[in-house]
Design a protein around this ligand. Structure first.
Ligand code: ATP
Ligand code: PRP
Length: 230
């Protein structure tokens, strides 16, 4: 019976892992260009598996930082994850064929306005840095030969320097409005960030007929979008 169950599962089923919010919103037009349109909106639906207009293709809604895990274990065939997430939680075991050029921002170090960052660094004083990106921050400061005490937070990093929890934060900056509203300034740029398509390598082999055309369509949509913007 178990054998029969396996044998009738359509091999062509494709599952795409997305997180709610900006990743879902910004991936939507790219997927639409590839002919894939979810039939429900995750902001209004409580469903976590969203069918699409294309039979055999579904979108699953997961936390942004859980996308690599779903794809690595093959629970989803593909997904969209920020480079920040891939660096922090590990992109190992994932094929990363495409920079989707969406959810663009920068990873940066910020302090309260007026904090003498360069003087503190030059003195070699011990600096406390609060961040959700401890691995990325550790690597960044180690490369610079700086010793910092890292404090792990799960959100609202901007609050840490204001409450005296830390001297600096490592966080994502896009418009700069959040920093400005909290009287913080960027003191070091770490790297540009954007969202990447991630693919399970086994799925790429087993479901090549479904995945390869989708990769080509998404790559073309990224190029079209780039042309529109320039
Ligand atoms: P989680 O829910 O797992 O804590 P999150 O709150 O970081 O994740 P989102 O805020 O939806 O999830 O961010 C998803 C991705 O979008 C991030 O991983 C990052 O790559 C990118 N991103 C985050 N903030 C911005 C921003 N202000 N502008 C543009 N892109 C951003
Ligand atoms: C991200 C990031 C900053 C903010 C920066 O937070 O953590 O707080 O965006 O964007 P800005 O430079 O345009 O102000 P997000 O809005 O995703 O909220 P979150 O804390 O829930 O992740």
């Amino acid at each position: 019976m178990a054998f029969l169950h396996r044998s009738i599962r359509p091999v062509s089923t494709l599952t795409i892992a997305l997180s709610k919010g900006r990743i879902f919103d910004e991936t939507l037009p790219l997927l639409a260009a590839a002919g894939i349109v979810p039939t429900e909106d995750p902001e209004t639906s409580r469903k976590l598996i969203l069918p699409t207009g294309r039979p055999g293709v579904a979108v699953v809604i997961v936390r942004a930082s859980d996308v690599p895990t779903y794809v690595r274990y093959g629970a989803a065939d593909l997904g969209v994850a920020g480079k920040d997430v891939l660096l922090e939680h590990g992109g190992d075991g994932l094929y990363q064929p495409l920079d989707l050029e969406i959810a663009r921002c920068r990873m940066a170090v910020a302090t309260k306005r007026g904090f003498d960052w360069s003087g503190t660094v030059q003195r070699g004083a011990r600096i406390r840095v609060a961040t959700k990106y401890v691995n990325t921050a550790r690597e960044h400061f180690a490369t610079k030969g700086m010793h910092v005490d890292l404090i792990k937070l799960y959100g609202s990093m901007e609050l840490a320097p204001l409450c005296g929890l830390a001297d600096a934060i490592v966080d994502l900056v896009s418009t700069g409005n959040t920093l400005k509203a909290n009287d913080l300034v960027v003191v070091e740029d770490i790297m540009p960030i954007s969202a990447r398509l991630v693919v399970n390598p086994a799925a790429l082999k087993l479901k090549r007929d479904g995945i390869q055309p989708l990769l080509r369509a998404l790559a073309a949509a990224v190029v079209d979008r780039r042309k529109e913007r320039s």
